[in-house]
Design a protein around this ligand. Structure first.
Ligand code: FAD
Ligand code: SF4
Length: 335
């Protein structure tokens, strides 16, 4: 491992000050460390300054549910949020996405902010002995396009990068129209969660809309008619801890079997947490029949671009979405 400076701020205010002079390529925030330390050991990330924010769990580790909605501190542990009774009852898609992510040990260590900002699992990105990776070395090419790309994305890709966004929680947050509060040298700002992750385009190394030195402080999920009837379905290669090959976060507001409103986000198949707006539009106002769900799933994947090893993700993604919608529709109504 390379040498680095180590700083441990005690509060968000101190952390913002510490990050004020941050350089994107030379500073890194450490929270649970379950992604960052891995990538430093692999020599993929080489920060010269490590800003350890673990002390912020006391200030920003909260889970607060009220009539307006849910506020989740970015430094709350994944395990704690997954088990929180209010989250389980009223925002089940969030609890399920966290409970199905990683292993119990990792969930006890890792925090929400780190989860949504984890880097891709593309093997070429994680192995610097591969020269071509535009995400790791801008302008170097993309080894995955002609290489092993079974786990790669079919939606939102570009000729510069086809890496899959790997996390689970982000799909739940995007489906529930969450916002994210970020703190930086110019104060705090709130942005829609959907605007946090950037499509790869020609700059796959720029993965988020965060400004240099900005820290995610909180996630805000509005209370809406669809939040309690929500569900996360994850398909993976093995039942034990594993990343999604395909997943769907859905939230439904039903009047009998008619869809008053629906929210759909897809994981494991796209370069960013993927909101399927056109599929939602197709379902709204109609009966939630098997045919309607299948038609919506086809619409969700209409723009999919498969690569040599991952065409199966289109049929799998469609089936995952149909099953998630069907299971959400069968949830017991609220008294
Ligand atoms: C074997 C294994 C299996 C896994 N399986 C899954 C899975 O199935 N699903 C899934 O979702 N995840 C999975 N993960 C990933 C795991 O959930 C993440 O590593 C973890 O959530 C990251 O959280 P952390 O607190 O450890 O972040 P860290 O590793 O400390 O940080 C991750 C990144 O986020 C940045 N960061 C962290 N917090 C903030 C903040 N508040 N503001 C700004 N930047 C911040 C850091 O600088 C760093 O770049 C797996 C990991 C492993 C090792
Ligand atoms: S898919 Fe993206 S992360 Fe993977 S090798 Fe290509 S550029 Fe790198």
């Amino acid at each position: 491992m390379r040498p680095f400076a180590y700083i441990r701020p005690a509060s968000l205010a101190e952390a913002v000050l510490a990050m004020a002079e941050a350089e994107p390529s030379s500073d890194a925030i450490l929270v649970g460390g379950t992604t960052l330390i891995d990538l430093m050991k692999l020599d993929v990330m080489q920060p010269s300054r490590l800003v350890d924010l673990r002390a912020l769990e006391a200030e920003l580790g909260h889970v607060r549910a009220g009539p307006e909605g849910l506020r989740l501190g970015a430094f709350a542990r994944m395990a704690d949020v997954a088990a929180d009774p209010a989250v389980v009852a009223d925002y089940p898609v969030i609890a399920q996405s966290l409970a199905l992510a990683a292993s119990a040990q990792l969930r006890n260590m890792a925090k929400l902010g780190g989860n949504v900002l984890q880097r891709t699992r593309c093997a070429y990105f994680r192995d610097p002995s591969w020269a071509a990776c535009n995400k790791r070395v801008p302008g170097s090419g993309c080894a995955a396009r002609e290489g092993a790309n079974r786990t790669h994305a079919v939606l939102g890709t570009s000729e510069h990068c086809i890496a899959t966004y790997p996390g689970d929680l982000a799909q739940a947050l995007i489906a529930l129209d969450a916002d994210v509060v970020v703190a930086g040298r110019h104060g705090a700002r709130t942005v829609p969660f959907a605007a946090l992750h950037r499509l790869p385009g020609s700059t796959p190394d720029r993965e988020t809309s965060l400004e240099p030195g900005e820290i995610i402080a909180e996630f805000v999920v509005p209370a809406r008619s669809w939040t309690w009837r929500s569900l996360y379905l994850k398909v993976r290669d093995r039942q034990s801890y594993e990343f999604a090959v395909a997943s769907a976060a859905v939230a439904l507001d039903l009047d009998g079997d008619t869809v008053r409103d629906v929210r759909i986000a897809l994981g494991g198949v796209a370069t960013v947490p993927w909101r399927a707006h056109e599929a939602e539009t197709a379902l709204k106002g109609g009966a939630l029949s098997q045919g309607a769900m299948q038609a919506a799933a086809r619409i969700a994947f209409a723009d999919a671009r498969p690569h040599s090893h991952n065409a199966f993700k289109i049929a799998l993604g469609e089936a995952t979405l149909v099953r998630a919608l069907r299971e959400a529709a069968m949830m017991e109504p609220r008294p």
